[in-house]
Write a protein that binds this ligand. Structure first.
Ligand code: ADP
Ligand code: MG
Length: 656
């Protein structure tokens, strides 16, 4: 005689609720041989379901010993119990417990996913089982589209797919009309005839009488255990085993893990699709957070580029020397010590590549009968290039003009409007009188729409030599700009120039603007600002993450019964954890993707309007946004997912 498949030795199960202890099973001894068909009967509350849960390794006895196929269940951890469920048991529930968003075939396949079988193999066998159970035309129906009897047949197929040797059916006909009930019982007879062990829990003696053995429970105690001669299907009883296929164990651990991951991903997408609006609202926090991080960084980079381009216009390694102590020094106009001779002397220094003095005064312009007062700027030939000034017509003066004290003038748009109100007359080539000096207009600058130095007063640009000689008479300069040799660091050059001029003037009555220094200052200021705003955006990302956590908690508590079913068919704790984590990460990743999309869209819009600078997207910012939204999904999804994976399968299953 071989050893029984199932051995219960003095198994007790008691529930502690508050002060009182309910003993649901009291020292139960049962032995069931492989291939038996047993009915467990008893009135409601007699302990049938409790016994069933212990038999199916969903629950553990509080005392006594349970061995299945020689393995002692008491010493096993949750994942080992899950493995036993996958290998030995198929569950059939009174309320079917199918997953609503999956098709019939998807439901049947599910236990095979956790067993790590390949998708074609799963699909083939699931469809074969459904065909055999008369469900050939319902493979892609969801449970909502099936009758009770049909749903129960799907759940029977699900119990069979891993080729379980023990089928546990808890009131399988309890929710069915008598015809569907009979059909289900006939299928169970067939399953038994294949050589499987079938254990049916029922309170209905008519159902119990189809079994070969009836165990009656009363108040948690085995009241009777007697053989029965079934009314029907007796002939089929001793047929040889015709199992569909041996349950193949997964070929490689890695492959089966990959397959489970793919399935989990598909499930997560399905469940997100089922709650589209909710998923989108959850994502909104992530979308806004990611979009603002990416936009802020792009704005920062763009505006910084613009400002730096302006500064670079001044020329790299250029020093600007002004009289006075600083900008806004009221005495600066009275200081007469910054003179042309300084500029000439600086030009001789070894570290100086070029020197351009500027001077300024004001005077009256005359053309024909028209008079206007104007600002006269004496500048070098590089001035316009450095300032980024553009011409409406004509040309700028060149180095020769500067050297030869040329009386060539470039007038700005304001001066043109004042002197040449008739648009049809081109000012270029005309001679105007500046003060008492006749000058030929050689160029007209474009109207400046914005930026520093735009004003309504007319300005005339002349070579500084001309202004110096014809207007000022004295050699005082408004400023000197010094271009430094490339080999000389500007900081050192600034020190040298300061020392040199201080010695010449015997006092420091000037100040120097170092464009490199300005650039550095602007860069660091822009970085600080970008960081600041990015920090605010990060806060919104965290708020988004909390939203994700909240929704995941809701989702877990809504799907407790689903989690119970998954555990019953053999899902490991890690499978459940993975499922909910993937869902959280997906929400965040899709949200992150949409956020980046919105940010880039905003950039396209922004760049379409000419604001003066463009948005510069950095791949780093985008990569960081994606990585951080994934991290948020993991960080804020972990706790709800862990809660889900730690659920007690029995408690989860009993939740409706
Ligand atoms: P049956 O399935 O035969 O109707 P059960 O096995 O469900 O009976 O329950 C047996 C006894 O155990 C009942 O008295 C029931 O109240 C009690 N019981 C079942 N589950 C719990 C639980 N989770 N907590 C406390 N008592 C329980
Ligand atoms: Mg019950």
């Amino acid at each position: 005689m071989t050893e029984p498949l199932i051995m219960l030795d003095k198994v007790s199960r008691s529930y502690v609720s508050g002060e009182s202890v309910v003993v649901a099973l009291d020292r139960v001894d049962i032995r069931i041989m492989a291939g038996e068909m047993v009915a467990i009967v008893g009135t409601s509350g007699s302990g049938k379901s409790t016994l069933m849960n212990i038999l199916g390794c969903l629950d553990r006895p509080t005392a006594g010993r349970y061995r299945i196929a020689g393995r002692d269940v008491g010493s096993l951890d949750m994942d080992e119990l899950a493995e036993l469920r996958r290998e030995h048991f198929g569950f059939i529930f009174q309320r079917y417990h199918l997953l609503a968003e999956m098709t019939a075939i998807g439901n049947v396949e599910m236990p095979a996913v956790y067993a790590g079988r390949s998708s074609t193999e799963r699909r083939d066998q699931a469809s074969r089982l459904l065909h055999r159970l008369g469900m050939a035309k319902r493979l892609t129906h969801t449970p909502g589209q099936l009758s009770g009897g049909q749903q129960q047949r799907v759940s029977i197929a699900r119990a069979l797919i891993n080729n379980a040797d023990v089928i546990l059916a808890d009131e399988p006909t309890g929710a069915l009309d008598s015809r569907s009930g009979d059909e289900v019982l006939r299928i169970l007879d067939e399953i038994h005839a294949e050589g499987r062990t079938v254990i049916i829990v029922t309170h209905d003696m008519a159902v119990a009488r189809r079994a070969r053995r009836i165990i009656e429970l009363r108040d948690g105690v085995v009241h009777s255990d007697r053989p029965n001669h079934p009314d029907t299907a007796a002939a089929a009883a001793d047929k040889a085993s015709t199992n569909d296929a041996p349950a193949p164990r997964s070929a490689s651990h890695w492959w089966s893990a990959m397959g489970r991951f793919r399935e989990t991903l598909r499930m997560a997408l399905l469940s997100m699709n089922a709650h589209r609006l909710r998923a989108f609202l959850t994502m909104l926090g992530i979308i806004i957070g990611v979009a603002s991080v990416v936009c802020v960084v792009a704005l920062g980079a763009g505006s910084q580029e613009k400002v730096l381009a302006n500064i670079n216009g001044l020329g790299t390694n250029t020093l600007e020397i002004f009289p006075g102590k600083d900008f806004g020094d009221t005495r600066s106009t009275k200081i007469k010590t910054l003179v042309l001779a300084d500029a000439r002397a600086l030009e001789q220094q070894s570290y100086v590549a070029g020197v351009t003095p500027t001077v300024s005064t004001s005077s009256t312009l005359r053309f024909g009968s028209i008079e206007a007062s104007a600002q006269i700027s004496g500048v070098g030939e590089h001035y316009f290039q450095v300032k980024g000034t553009q011409l409406a017509e004509g040309a700028f003066f060149d180095a020769d003009d500067v050297r030869s004290y040329a009386q060539d003038a470039v007038i700005d748009d304001n001066a043109r409007k004042a002197l040449f109100p008739d648009r049809a007359v081109s000012p270029v080539g005309q001679v105007i009188i500046v003060g008492r000096v006749p000058c030929r207009v050689i160029g007209v600058t474009r109207q400046q729409t914005s930026g520093f130095g735009s004003s309504a007063s007319p300005t005339v640009y002349l070579p500084y030599t001309t202004v110096q000689a014809r207007f000022l008479g004295d050699p005082t300069l408004r400023s000197i700009s010094v271009r430094i040799n490339d080999t000389m660091p500007t900081d050192l050059a600034e020190q040298a120039v300061t020392g040199f001029l201080t010695e010449r003037h015997r006092t420091k009555d000037f100040f120097i603007l170092n464009t490199d220094e300005i650039r550095r200052t602007i860069q660091s200021t822009a970085q600080v600002l970008t960081l600041l705003v990015a920090a605010i955006a990060v806060i919104s990302l965290i708020v988004g993450g909390i939203g994700v956590m909240n929704i995941m908690l809701v989702s877990v508590s809504e799907r407790i019964s689903e989690i119970g079913v998954r555990m019953a068919v053999g899902a490991r704790q890690s499978d459940i954890l993975q499922q909910f984590l993937i869902e959280a990460v997906l929400v965040c990743l899709i949200g992150g993707g949409l956020g980046i999309g919105f940010a880039v869209g905003f950039g396209v819009l922004f760049n379409a309007f000419d604001v003066g600078f463009r948005l510069i997207y950095s791949t780093t910012a985008i990569v960081i946004a994606v990585v951080s939204s994934t991290a948020i999904g993991v960080a804020f999804g972990y706790w709800p997912a862990r809660n889900a994976s730690r659920l007690d399968p029995v408690a989860a299953l009993s939740r409706e």
